[in-house]
Design a protein around this ligand. Structure first.
Ligand code: ADP
Ligand code: MG
Length: 681
């Protein structure tokens, strides 16, 4: 390939979509809505699904109200009928196959109507309705997709659309793009294609848009998914390399004896092991990048505190970011309570604080008068400036995006990073996904713990459950009752919680101190209630899932979860983690009337194991990757054409190949040097 044509393809690939034949300014704007800006974006804009025209059905057998493919002969076109509604023109076309007749109805589509030819065969894709007219039943298909049989391949690509674009238009544009000279250039060497069993890029892109068989669809999808994951894996390596930059926060003093003295308990072996790893990390020239995984209640906060103390002893500021305001307050309180005595100065930054209070904290941070700041996203704001931020900790990291983590780190000069997670991710997966991090695991909870006893019961036992809760409260314990209102709930859901809660408060539990909190409770009130709950001024807390993450009240010994089937397995495990945090035997009561086998299995799983790792593996199996994290805010990179979890095998493969590239010493740098010498590749 000559130097010239080489440039040429790069140019075509990178030019704006607007320049493509038949696109123009107006249509380009529509494409932009789909995040298609360049021709290459269009080529990688993969179909959402395909219509398989070989699966056409006879009209008589076609089920009503679901999408079907028919192969029909057009017999007659009726002159367009203007209607009483202004601007609406209806076109009717009569067609048949060997079994029956059907009416095709088009609305305001003169172009399509005019193009249809009588006595020609067409594939028609859409939903059939049965109508009654003049005492006769007739079948109708409205606004279907229509393809001339003699011109159409077996598979038709259907794309995610925006108003004004159709799948046909997109296909047309893709077809034109593919005709540009040398548009697609293979960049993977043969050995990778062979090793990963991939088709070449040219084939993949063509066939993803215009496949001739299911096999071609599969092969193309695999290749395109691989490319994304491969590039991601390469980037991880680059990040890791980047992590090798030197930090100015190398610690010298690693004596933690004062910290051990103030701790009210002995650290477990698992906690100590992690603290040692952190110590070693912080003594090195390169910043720490460590993921700390530990099941709910395993004692991650104490590890965080030890690292904060280390930083403090070495004159370094820390930031501790939590996903919810309740949790930030909780961490703030416990750090203050524990470590003020050794001179550590703690600050809090939370969205709900007054501007004035926030400003004072910011000022102190800048001047180095605060050693650790605890907060929510509020810490990320641009006007939060540190004197010497050298340690950044994020708690319950699955709630934060990668970008947010990075943003916090940017506030320091190559600070040490500790990321804590209650492992909603199976172990194998996290090793792969967090390839840029070192991983520590707390695999044993403090030994004073008794496993939470979990019972799955139905309505008929509700009264017994409540009696049991009362008995425990009478013994001095505290309790949670959780109802499933989604945090960003509709008002009706919220009302249900409030009504249910008020009802319990005024009747069943009228002799007890009861409070209700939910997603819309003001942050300040929430904090007051949580504080009262901690101080044992409240016996029973009725709440939505706002207590799901991190809340730590060791005296709470029973949690009742209403409509338990409505929660995901990992979420149930998180909720259950609110109890069993102290020395008391704790209980989790799951109330559900579900009849769905899947839900029953889910609830039974909860009664069988307390192991968060096992639960997350199981959750992944039953819920499938899409729902696994419950929300899209799981902090994993989102790809267009692949899914880190669904395509985990491919991800692993891409990582193996990246390692092999490094091993074979094919690293970019070397290649670049040889490239310059020969002046080509
Ligand atoms: P998580 O890992 O879920 O964040 P926490 O750090 O909140 O767990 O710890 C849960 C509870 O266990 C807290 O009340 C904490 O004080 C207590 N705890 C932590 N470590 C120990 C230990 N080594 N011995 C006894 N209790 C501990
Ligand atoms: Mg925690």
């Amino acid at each position: 390939m000559s130097e010239d044509s080489n440039n040429n393809c790069d140019n075509n690939y990178d030019i704006d979509i607007e320049k493509l034949k038949y696109v123009g300014e107006k249509r380009a704007k529509l494409y932009h809505k789909l995040f298609v800006f360049k021709i290459k974006d269009l080529l990688y804009y993969c179909p959402r699904t395909y219509i398989n025209l070989t699966e056409s059905v006879d009209i008589v057998n076609a089920p009503a109200d679901q999408n079907v493919v028919l192969k029909v002969l057009i017999t007659r076109k009726q002159a367009p009928m203007p209607t009483s509604r202004k601007g609406l023109v209806i076109y009717k076309i009569f067609a048949r196959d060997s079994t029956s007749e059907i009416v095709i109805t088009l609305f305001n589509e003169p172009y399509s109507f005019n193009k249809l030819e009588i006595n020609e065969q067409y594939f028609v894709f859409g939903k059939i309705t049965r109508n009654f007219y003049n005492q006769k039943v007739y079948l109708e298909i409205s606004s279907p997709l229509i393809y001339k049989a003699s011109e159409t391949p077996k598979f038709v690509a259907i794309y995610q659309l925006t108003a004004g674009l159709t799948s046909k238009i997109i296909s047309r544009n893709v077809c034109d793009a593919l005709k540009l000279p040398g548009i697609i250039k293979e960049y993977l060497p043969d050995w990778i294609l062979k090793k990963a069993k991939l088709v070449n890029l040219n084939q993949a892109i063509k066939n993803i848009h215009f496949p001739r068989s299911l096999k071609e669809i599969e092969e193309s999808k695999k290749r395109i998914a691989f490319d994304e994951l491969f590039i991601f894996s390469l980037c991880l390596i680059l990040i890791k390399k980047n992590n090798l930059k030197s930090t100015s926060f190398v610690i010298k003093d690693t004596d933690l004896s004062d910290f051990y003295n103030i701790l009210p308990f002995e650290l477990t072996t698992a906690q100590n092991k992690v603290i040692d790893e952190i110590k070693k990390d912080m003594q090195r020239e390169v910043p720490m990048s460590r993921l700390l995984q530990g099941d709910v209640g395993s004692g991650k906060t104490a590890v965080a505190m030890a690292s904060i103390y280390l930083a403090y002893k070495n004159g370094i500021q820390s930031a501790f970011m939590a996903p919810t305001e309740i949790l930030a307050w909780q961490h703030f309180d416990s750090i203050k309570e524990l470590m003020s005595s050794v001179g550590l100065r703690v600050g809090l930054l939370a969205g709900s604080m007054s501007q004035k209070k926030k400003n004072i904290v910011k000022e102190k941070l800048m001047m180095g008068l605060i050693d650790v700041v605890v907060g929510t996203h509020a810490i990320l704001q641009d006007d939060v400036v540190f004197k010497n931020l050298g340690l950044v900790i994020t708690d319950e990291q699955h709630r934060f995006g990668v970008k947010q983590r990075a943003k916090l780190s940017e506030k320091g000069k190559e600070p040490h990073k500790l990321i804590m997670s209650a492992t909603p991710i199976p172990r194998t997966l996290s090793m792969i996904m967090y390839g840029d991090l070192d991983i520590s695991i707390i695999d044993k909870s403090p030994s004073n713990r008794k496993p939470v006893l979990t019972y799955y019961i139905n309505e008929s036992k509700r009264q017994r459950a409540y009696n049991f809760v009362k008995k425990l409260i009478d013994e001095g314990r505290q309790a949670y009752i959780v109802c499933p209102a989604i945090e960003d709930n509709e008002t009706s859901d919220l009302k249900a919680v409030l009504k249910f809660g008020e009802d319990l408060k005024n009747n069943e539990f009228k002799d007890y101190k009861v409070e209700i909190i939910h997603g819309k409770t003001r942050a300040y009130d929430k904090d007051m209630i949580m504080q009262d709950f901690k101080d044992k001024k409240i016996d029973l807390l009725i709440s939505t899932t706002v207590i799901e993450v991190g809340i730590d009240v060791p005296n709470a010994a029973v949690i009742v979860i209403e409509d338990a089937e409505r929660f995901g397995l990992s979420q149930l495990h998180q909720l259950r983690g609110r109890v069993g945090r102290g020395k008391h035997q704790s209980y989790c009561l799951l109330i559900s009337e579900t009849r769905s086998l899947d839900s029953i299995n889910k609830l039974k799983t909860m009664t069988k194991t307390n192991d968060g790792f096992k639960i997350s593996e199981y959750d992944l199996q039953i819920r499938g990757p899409g729902d696994f994290f419950g929300s899209r805010q799981h902090g994993l990179p989102q790809f267009k054409n692949s899914d880190m979890i669904k395509d985990v095998k491919l991800l692993k493969l891409s990582q193996d190949i990246v390692s092999e590239i490094l091993e074979k010493d094919l690293y970019l740098e070397k290649k670049r040097t040889s490239g310059t010498k020969k002046n080509s590749f």
